[in-house]
Write a protein that binds this ligand. Structure first.
Ligand code: SAH
Ligand code: SF4
Ligand code: F3S
Length: 482
């Protein structure tokens, strides 16, 4: 819906429209800076607060790139920037609460400096209830935009400065693909690479298909070129991003699948390839074989299971059973014997019984996960599960989460113990928070490893470390000189 208020176009979100999966051509936008905004940010600072998944982190890198291309510089104190953007996540109620808290703090800053522009973007504005709430009672927010128009950032900021009134432009459509946008990457050795956007799965609890639009894949040529450029710039590791990477290419009507992409990216010479997230139903043999065959594809897989109960899985619309999930795990272990597998689990889905929860515990034991993100189900307005009446108390749900976490934590520890006394390769990220003269990084199996060193020149390099201690959340080792 588009309305005009104080001469400014206001485009409001609609979850109903967002749900449509029309067969319209998905537009690829080749970013080109409009000369009109070339000096928009000269002499001004910006900051971005980023919440949510890696998709949001990647989006923030694009927004930083766009802002810096029109002259903005990064503020030393993010709260004091001339333009502050809050890139939001709507996945669970507690994620949203945290963000309302930050916005509350920014209200005070706006009072101190009325010329400051405060913008909210990302997944929350795509929800009708959030944008209505902002229009009704968050006067100090100048700019509201969603996940489909971040490339228009200079225009939106320009309008906010010019009109001195709220600029709201949240598009609820299938979405687009943005190419050639400048990026300021957060790391110089690890990079996010979007391979697709959106999600068509419609798991009944999840808001993402409404906030991110239809599944749409980037062209393989564009992805390969991006990775080749990263190799030239000295990047060591890439993480391929998508809500369901195993659906890569399905929308392009070609036989080229995610597995093919892994084989092709292996040839670029990048040292490490990771990817997230895989949907268990779509994880196919070619992907498993690529993990087995390609040296650069790391032996770690995040494979969200959500529940171990077939009835709950069905109501969640996950489209696989306990048995089918375990079959994939067996196939993975057969082909990549040392693989580390992690997962996501939701407890307290509406009316989950104790027996159904027990099935989840059973699966966690059988799958031998080496880590899991565990969540209490959170009702998301507009999703099918939000309409289900729920008889399980919050207390019960919290208790289940604790019981599950106990089991999950054993898996974390075992996953570290198996590397005791072994020499592992660590891509060094930087100084460790685990002690004054320690540094840290990740192994191929994505195990966080701390080791004694103060040598900053190791950052971005792969070093050999002998593991001496295995804790629940990390490993400790010493630099191994061969
Ligand atoms: N696309 C990915 C991850 C999406 S969000 C996937 O399908 O695996 C990350 C995780 O958040 C999900 O795996 C799920 O475990 C959790 N999640 C999503 N919606 C939720 C909700 N309404 N309540 C609690 N957890 C949720
Ligand atoms: Fe959400 Fe399911 Fe899509 Fe993951 S696959 S983003 S859980 S709808
Ligand atoms: Fe959150 Fe949106 Fe990602 S809801 S998890 S930021 S896709």
């Amino acid at each position: 819906m588009v309305i005009v208020m104080k001469n400014v176009k206001i485009a409001l979100p609609s979850l109903k429209t967002a749900k449509l999966r029309r067969n319209l051509g998905i537009e690829t936008i080749h970013y080109k800076m409009n000369d009109k905004y070339k000096t928009l940010g000269v002499g001004k600072t910006y900051s971005i607060f980023t919440y949510g998944c890696q998709g949001n982190e990647a989006d923030s890198e694009v927004m930083s790139g766009i802002l810096e291309s029109v002259g903005f510089t990064l503020a030393t104190d993010p709260m004091d920037a001339d333009v502050v953007l809050v890139n939001t996540c709507a996945i669970r109620e507690n994620a949203e609460q945290r963000i309302w808290g930050v916005l509350g703090q920014l209200k005070g800053k706006k009072r101190e400096n009325p010329d400051k522009i405060i913008g909210i973007c990302g997944c929350m504005p795509q929800e009708e209830k959030t944008t209505s709430k902002i229009l009704e009672s968050y006067d100090f927010i100048d700019l509201v935009f969603g996940t489909h128009n971040r490339h228009e950032l200079p225009k939106l900021i320009y309008q906010a400065y010019l009109t001195k009134s709220k600029v709201v432009e949240v598009l609820s459509n299938e979405g687009n693909i943005l190419e050639d946008a400048p990026k300021i990457r957060a790391s110089h050795h690890k990079a996010w690479v979007n391979i697709m956007f959106g999600c068509d799965e419609f798991c009944t609890y999840c808001i993402v298909p409404y906030t991110r639009g239809k599944e749409r894949s980037r062209k393989k040529e564009d992805i390969i070129k991006e990775v080749e450029d990263l190799v030239k710039e000295g990047y060591k590791e890439i993480t391929l991003l998508g809500q369901n990477v195993n659906a890569y290419g399905k929308d392009l009507n070609s036989d080229y699948t995610f597995g093919d992409l892994l084989y092709d990216l292996d040839k670029t010479g990048i040292e490490r390839i990771r990817y997230t997230t895989s949907h268990p139903r779509d994880l196919d043999d070619k992907t498993i074989f690529a993990m087995r065959d390609c040296k650069s594809v790391m032996p770690h897989l995040h494979l969200p299971v959500q529940s171990g109960d077939n009835e709950i899985l069905k109501i969640m619309n996950r489209k696989y059973t306990y048995e089918e999930y375990m079959e994939k795990i067996r196939k993975l272990r057969k082909n990549i014997p040392d693989i580390a597998i992690t997962t996501d689990i939701i407890v307290g889905f509406p009316n989950e019984t104790e027996e159904q929860f027990q099935n989840t515990l059973k699966l966690v034991k059988e799958a031998e996960f080496e880590g899991a993100f565990t969540f209490i189900y959170s009702k998301r307005e507009g999703t099918p599960a939000a309409k289900m009446e729920d008889m399980i108390s919050d207390k019960e749900k919290k208790e289940r989460l604790l019981r599950l976490n106990e089991l999950v934590n054993e898996g974390y520890k075992k996953g570290h113990e198996r590397f005791l006394n072994q020499i592992v390769e660590v891509l060094v990220d930087g100084k460790s928070k685990n002690g004054e003269d320690m540094m840290c990084g990740y192994t191929p199996h994505l195990k966080l490893t701390h080791f004694k060193s103060t040598d900053d020149s190791l950052i971005g390099k792969v070093v050999r470390v002998r593991i001496t201690e295995a804790k629940t959340w990390f490993m400790i080792g010493e630099l191994y000189e061969s």
